[in-house]
Design a protein around this ligand. Structure first.
Ligand code: 5AD
Ligand code: SF4
Length: 479
């Protein structure tokens, strides 16, 4: 492989930190497959390993779509794959360490499969420190590309496969929105739909605004076309995705854009609509009103709060206080009393005192979350918080996480008990991962339900009588 560094386009995370908030709409282009890329994959196999959030899952589906258009066939085996893609997440250090561990172990796999192409993409590829490490210590990686030029995958593979050139192409400019990209969906009952890309919030701990670029909204019609196509394929659920969906349409100068979009998606008549993730600062109560008006907008809201301490929220640059969050919660419960409410929480942010951690526990008690993703703070190089002293010992962070998780799980158990004896409408995703004799799926309330029933329920919405409850799932049988 040619290791000429001059040909590399290396990431520049710092440029994202200084980017202007243009707040203008991104240009749109249409995806086209070049002639040289067509048929490049005939007789060859690909394997994609995706880490992280649903946005990454959706990106993985686009890559699979492109590869299949090129003639590649999917394989479940790392050994067999001619093209191996690591679609990565950078949100915490542990996620990155795992990827490096796995790529490290591929050296021997590649030795047995000469010509195997190993690619790294996704959020990690946007970080200078990661690409430097790849260049220095991971010669087995042939191709690195970033989140902004995912659509270039076919062309980049032409370069690597036909010219034998090691390629690093990580754009730091977000560029055009590319529409009409091929897709191979991983689920048959629900489909993910990006409504926007990037994030302008710059929470001080978070790397996403640097790795995913500025907020760019897709045009409403492109989104609606995708939702309609899901419905036409028989999918029951559309899941709308964005780092901060409440900011949807700001760049397109659409007022209250997210609620309007949600309503138009509901009007397509698809059976279920969900959306992730909301932000308390931009959140509009009109979204809850839309949930009340449209029965096919599911009554669950994921609203990350991160901390219950005003001082920590300020240092996180979240732009709201704990009381403001409590008010949002009260308003929401007043409008939809049985809404499922979930959140994200971080413990051990720099300088977090015992009292500030207690304030998080108080907020958890107040909001009675159905479920929460809880994390130990992980410093991310290049973010403002990484310059603050990471002064909470790991043992204290872990202890706080344990206390928080115990509290969350006690609340979740109590909330789930209330479902025993009720009948829920569950979208059956197929056999449960843990037990092939049991189905699993999500109810309208977004509760994970494991249930027994006759053959043939996959991809159908099934009435399930709930017989038992656990902290984070329910058991039942199909009626
Ligand atoms: N450390 C720990 N958790 C983080 N998150 C984002 N950045 C970090 C970090 N540096 C969490 C936040 C966010 C979720 C997706 O990941 O809670 O809402
Ligand atoms: Fe990260 Fe904050 Fe943007 Fe969420 S809103 S992606 S936590 S910067």
């Amino acid at each position: 492989m040619n290791k000429n560094k001059e040909n590399y386009i290396l990431p520049e995370m710092r440029r994202e930190a200084n980017r202007s908030r243009r707040n203008t709409a991104a240009e749109c282009s249409r995806f086209v497959m070049s002639e040289e890329a067509e048929n490049l994959g005939r007789g060859k196999k690909y394997y994609i390993r995706t880490y992280g959030c649903q946005a990454n899952v959706r990106d993985g589906e686009t890559m699979a779509g492109m590869l299949e258009l090129m003639g590649f066939v999917m394989t479940e085996s790392v050994e067999e794959a001619d093209v191996l893609i690591f679609n990565t997440c950078a949100i915490r250090q542990a996620a990155e360490d795992r990827v490096f561990g796995e790529i490290g172990s591929l050296k021997s796999v590649k030795a047995r499969h000469p010509g195997q192409i190993i690619c790294l993409c996704g959020c990690m590829a946007q970080e200078e420190v990661v690409v430097e490490k790849i260049l220095q210590s991971y010669p087995q990686v042939d191709l690195v590309f970033g989140t902004h030029n995912l659509w270039r995958l076919p062309q980049l593979l032409v370069k690597v496969m036909t010219e034998g050139e090691r390629t690093i192409e990580v754009d730091s400019e977000d560029g055009d929105l590319i529409e009409e990209m091929p897709v191979r969906r991983s689920a048959s009952c629900k489909g993910f739909v990006h409504i926007m890309y990037g994030c302008d919030k710059f929470c001080t701990y978070c790397i996403v605004p640097y790795t995913r670029g500025r907020e760019r909204s897709r045009r409403p019609q492109d989104i609606l076309d995708e939702v309609i196509s899901l419905k036409q394929q028989g999918m029951k659920e559309a899941v709308l995705l964005g780092q901060n969906v409440n900011a949807y349409g700001k760049d397109l100068k659409i007022e209250d854009g997210f609620t309007k979009l949600l309503e138009s998606c509901a009007e397509t008549g698809i059976e279920r609509i969900r959306f992730y993730t909301s932000h308390p600062r931009d959140y509009s109560v009109t979204t809850i009103d839309a949930m009340v008006r449209y029965p096919n907008i599911m009554k669950s809201l994921h609203l990350p709060v991160q901390s219950g301490s005003d001082e920590i929220l300020k240092r996180m640059n979240r732009g709201y206080t704990a009381d403001h969050f409590r008010q949002l919660y009260d308003e929401m419960r007043a409008k939809i009393s049985d809404i499922t409410f979930t959140t994200d929480l971080i413990v051990g942010f720099p300088s977090e005192t015992d009292e500030q951690f207690e304030a998080t526990l108080d907020l958890v008690d107040y909001c009675q979350f159905d479920m929460a993703y809880s994390f130990v703070y992980s410093p991310r190089s290049g973010t403002p918080a990484a310059k603050m002293a990471d002064d909470i010992p790991l043992s204290v962070k872990k202890e706080r996480l344990q206390i928080l998780n115990d509290r969350l799980s006690a609340i979740a158990s109590k909330r789930n008990e209330a479902y025993v004896g009720r009948t829920l409408k569950v979208l059956c995703e197929g056999p449960s991962k843990k037990n092939q004799n049991v189905y699993s799926g999500y109810s309208e309330e977004n509760k994970l339900v494991n249930f027994t029933g006759p053959a043939g329920l996959k991809d159908r919405i099934v009435d399930v009588k709930i017989e038992a409850s656990h902290s984070f799932s329910l058991d039942g049988s199909a009626l």
